[in-house]
Ligand binder design. Sequence first.
Ligand code: DQA
Length: 140
Amino acid sequence: MKLLILNGPNLNLLGTREPEKYGNRSFEDYFSELQFKFRNLELSYDQSNIEGELIDKIQNARKDFDGVILNPAAYTHTSVGIGDAVAAIDIPVVEVHISNTFSREEFRHKSYISPNAKGVIVGFGLQSYELAIQSFLKQD
Ligand code: DQA
């Protein structure tokens, strides 16, 4: 199974960005652990700070992947375009967040992605990504 992990804006700074909220590990470091843990899967990782690029990457994913694990970061709360891209593709998209967005500011409670996502995993730190991968393995 081929899965794309796609991160949105500012998540390239994981490890140094507000570590009290997002931890002190870079995503690259965590991703190599995931690749080892799920070495029977083909995991890919990509990131962009640009809304249109994220939309392009979501559209293109439908050709190359069986599913997408998407952390749209701040665009979660603003982007009708990314929400529409998720609705437009016929492979499942699982939305993830590192922090518990519901325990934070009111504007983070709204997601334009969730209505079109297969499911949402929120608030488990980097482990949210691992839980999302596991959701693709369980086919009940
Ligand atoms: C985030 C939560 C968003 O509200 C925030 O803008 C982010 C990261 C998370 O993973 O906790 O950049 O998506």
